[in-house]
Design a protein around this ligand. Structure first.
Ligand code: ATP
Ligand code: MG
Length: 581
């Protein structure tokens, strides 16, 4: 492809809303064009990358007999009412939904469990028809609270979603294991460095899930990993051994302490320098909602630990959990924000405690009275041990529960998520099959998502430098950038044309920078920005059939080669990268 024939245009200024490198570079290079928050035009270069990613995804799914199909983006509310998810998604605000001219309510699909279950229940009758795995690559719509980072978190984005249907739990686990291997293969072939982690199942539900995280400091997800035991989990899900509570002090009667203005553990540490943080118990007030009702929930936690709201939400089975505002805190505690405690909460407030408070005695806690705390409180003596479970956030240095070493916290970009759904959807929507005894049984399901457009962004988060993008060869928009230094020079024109044709003939796609009025310096600058992995420069030595070879990932390493040698090397590297035009 001649660059002069493309609508190639770079931006001189980085758009002001870019916070991460992939977004800034893709926007600058003209790969994407913002239409609205989280909604982008994928330009021709971007589309080539996305098609490459899709090709790898298809290839790996088809290899294990998954079948591609395409489901509608517009979905009727009735289906979502059957699964019981309409209210949750509407409540979350994530669902784009509207009325059609007949007054029926519809949504733009954020995911397709309902639609695929409806499709399968209309077709599957007998155990003989299972297992089956269906997938599609399609645009998804989610009205995210914070669309950001370009393609990383869009409101309209491309996802591959697959669904498995099996006769039993064991068979479902088999399909899940197959898909896990498919995922490893997909991300490996895309040239990404990634970590599979245990994950929370969130709104999709089900009984177990794993996420695939591209290792990147700019990632939105925090991951707990242990290099010794190999443990890896999303921090939302991660568990650890909590460091033991401090020794109990001598028993003293519980008493009130005036603590004017002390709303945080830091403030209290200044007032009680001898009291370890682990003997200060904080009480955080939340508002939980279930769609039809709300409740104020107070959760206790040791001063040296943090709460994990995902664990609290799951324990409550609530749809939403938010930090309470000042009015709710006042209503629950009778005090200003910062003085909540477990003793004397108003009726109707549900009290929970994180496992970290277990065994802590003689502690400080909020007094439910402005500017007041209780000191030397004992569980069992001054208050009953509240309903206690693991609501904690793991911390760096914690010991892992599987033995071995300490937890480290790293960051990642979630590019894939696989779920064992069990019979959640099939029971709610009556998707059944007849077993060998002609008895009706619910179908066992799994679902498996890959963020196709997010993969492109993640690849650039992992592979860029100050000059631009560095595409991994398997998903690059073009394999080779042919830099034609001086169009109009007869020898250069002839050799560039020849190389272009020879490479294309062998299935290597070439972007040919033939722009006549652009200086070599500007061409190299653009080349670095666009990040095509292999570069062949046709210049001074063209008459002797000499070219310069370099790779975007190794700036500064240039090699003089014959045109034939450069061609052969490009063909060989593309073959090794599994790249076919
Ligand atoms: P996240 O926690 O990042 O919001 P999710 O748990 O909502 O992701 P899934 O519902 O499992 O994601 O969707 C499957 C895949 O789709 C994700 O692993 C991710 O790669 C991608 N994805 C999800 N939301 C977005 C989005 N807003 N923009 C781009 N890709 C997304
Ligand atoms: Mg999400």
């Amino acid at each position: 492809m001649k660059l002069s024939r493309t609508l190639f245009a770079t931006l001189r200024e980085v758009p002001s809303d870019t916070e991460v490198a992939s977004h800034a570079l893709m926007a600058r290079a003209g790969f994407i064009h913002k239409l609205a928050a989280g909604i982008y035009v994928y330009g021709p270069m971007m589309w080539r990358v996305l098609r490459r990613v899709e090709g790898i995804v298809r290839d790996e799914h088809d290899r294990v007999d998954c079948q591609e199909m395409l489901m509608p983006a517009v979905q009727p509310k009735e289906l979502w009412a059957e699964s019981g998810r309409w209210d949750r998604y509407v409540n979350d605000g994530i669902l784009f939904h509207f009325h059609d001219r007949r007054g029926s309510e519809v949504c733009l699909g954020p995911t397709h469990e309902e639609v695929v279950t409806d499709f399968v229940r209309s077709r599957v009758q007998s155990w003989r028809q299972l297992p089956v795995i269906l997938y599609q690559i399609q645009t998804k719509f989610r009205d995210e609270i914070r669309p950001r980072f370009g393609l990383m978190r869009g409101r309209e984005f491309i996802m591959k979603d697959a669904y498995s249907f099996d006769v039993s739990e064991e068979a479902m686990k088999q399909s899940y294991a197959t898909m896990r291997e498919v995922y490893r293969a997909v991300f490996t072939r895309c040239g990404l460095r990634f970590t599979p982690v245990q994950a929370d199942s969130g709104a999709i539900g089900g009984c177990g899930s794993e996420e695939f995280m591209v290792d990147a400091d700019s990632g939105e997800d925090a991951i707990a990993v242990c290099r010794v035991s190999g443990y890896a989990a999303n921090i939302e899900k991660a568990v650890s051994i909590i460091p033991p509570p401090p020794a109990a002090p001598a028993s003293v009667l519980m008493h009130k302490e005036a603590t004017p203005g002390a709303r945080s553990c830091e403030d209290l540490l200044r007032m009680f320098p001898d009291l370890p943080l682990a003997r200060m118990l904080k009480t955080v007030i939340y508002q939980a909602s279930w769609g039809d009702r709300q409740q104020t929930v107070a959760v206790m936690c040791r001063g040296d630990r943090q709460l994990n709201e995902v664990k609290i939400l799951n324990h409550l089975g609530a749809l939403k959990l938010e930090l309470a505002d000042e009015a709710v805190v006042r209503a629950a505690t009778g005090a200003a924000v910062g003085f909540a405690g477990p003793i004397g909460l108003k009726d109707g407030v549900r009290l929970l405690a994180d496992a970290s408070v277990e065994g802590v005695q003689g502690f400080l806690c909020g007094g439910n009275e402005t500017d007041t705390h209780w000191l030397d409180a004992w569980f069992g003596r001054d208050l009953a041990q509240p309903e206690t479970a693991d609501f904690g956030l793991v911390q760096a240095g914690d010991a892992t529960v599987d033995g071995g070493g300490a937890i480290e916290i790293t960051r990642g970009i979630e590019v894939g998520h696989i779920f064992q759904l069990g019979t959640k959807y099939s029971e709610a929507m009556q998707a059944t099959y007849n077993d060998e005894q002609q008895k009706k049984q619910p179908i066992w399901m799994g679902c498996y998502g890959i963020g196709v457009s997010r993969i492109a962004a993640a690849a650039i988060e992992q592979n860029h430098d100050e000059n631009g993008m560095i595409w991994p060869l398997p998903i690059a928009p073009y394999a080779v950038l042919l830099v034609h230094m001086k169009p109009g020079d007869e020898a250069q024109d002839a050799l560039a044309q020849e190389l272009h044709d020879a490479l294309e003939a062998q299935g290597v796609d070439v972007l040919w920078d033939d722009r006549p009025k652009v200086s070599p310096g500007a061409k190299f600058k653009d080349a670095d920005l666009v990040g095509v992995p292999l570069r062949i420069v046709v210049g001074r030595d063209a008459a002797q059939r000499g070219v310069e070879w370099s790779e975007r990932a190794r700036p500064g390493e240039k090699e003089a080669l014959s045109a034939e040698a450069a061609r052969d090397r490009a063909v060989e590297l593309c073959r090794a990268a599994g790249r076919r035009a």
